[in-house]
Design a protein around this ligand. Structure first.
Ligand SMILES: [Zn+2]
Ligand SMILES: [Zn+2]
Length: 256
């Protein structure tokens, strides 16, 4: 059994072929997928998917990459978090790749999500791009205490800082890319009990599907690659990452 800890099944390309995408998950032993909220309008779609399918679960948040996005207040995040299928806060974090200039609004948005996560006890799903130092600083300042660094592409030092705060590290298809040698090194070092795998689909399809549309079934290739890097069997990595997923997103009932 395997779990995709981060995907965007509500995005049009995947939503349009949902029955096939779900069948491919089942066919590849991917039992569950976490569908990630990125905006207020998208949340209705994300929640709709989670409500319609036992094995899909939702998070609520506003992505850091859109300065125009309508914010959630902390109280609104907490209210959505009370829904039985909402199991995490995010994705949130910082992104200095897509956004430049005065980014106080991004820091505020991130802080609001961290406060909501603390108030609800739900884990954070954190996105960081070209902003690792500030991301870790805000996590510390705001007392972020549990969650996952999703689609991790940073150095071992950043991984260590997040691990020290109690966070999990999630690897996407990027770790399968030949060019990602430094990241492969990080994937060898993260403790097995803090490791997650994800697709971030429809983006970032792993080798051997690189360049094509990604989907949750392909998380299998991420897990296979991480297993190979660590000299473990695929089954060992599948079991550990699945176990970690249910420990972190503890609102989701563990399948018997
Ligand atoms: Zn992201
Ligand atoms: Zn995402």
């Amino acid at each position: 059994m395997l779990v995709d800890s981060h995907c965007h099944l509500n995005f049009p390309d995947l939503a349009a072929r949902l029955p096939e995408v779900l069948a491919n998950m089942a066919g590849n032993g991917v039992s569950h997928a976490l569908v990630i909220g990125v905006s207020r309008p998208a949340f209705a779609q994300v929640l709709g998917l989670a409500e319609a399918h036992d094995n899909l679960w939702a998070t609520v948040g506003v992505h850091p990459d859109d300065p125009e996005a309508e914010e959630y207040t902390q109280a609104e995040l907490e209210a959505h978090a009370a829904h039985p299928k909402v199991v995490g806060i995010g994705e949130t974090g910082l992104d200095y790749h897509w956004c430049k200039g005065n980014l106080d609004w991004q820091h505020q948005r991130f802080a609001t999500h961290i406060r909501a996560a603390r108030a609800t006890g739900l884990p954070l799903v954190i996105h960081t791009r070209e902003s690792a130092a500030d991301t870790v600083r805000l996590m510390r300042e705001e007392g972020a205490e549990c969650g996952v660094m999703h689609c991790f592409t940073e150095s071992w030092e950043v991984a260590q800082a997040a691990l020290d705060l109690g966070f999990y590290i999630s690897f996407s298809g990027i770790v399968t890319f030949k060019s990602a040698q430094a990241l492969k090194e990080v994937a060898r070092k993260v403790p097995l009990d803090r490791l997650l795998v994800e697709t971030d689909s429809p983006y970032l399809a792993p080798v051997p599907h690189r360049g094509k549309q990604n989907e949750p079934a392909f998380v299998r290739h991420v897990a296979e690659h991480v297993a190979e890097l660590r000299g473990l069997s695929f089954e060992a990595v599948a079991e550990a990452t699945t176990d970690n997923f249910f420990r972190l997103f503890s609102k989701i009932p563990r399948p018997a």
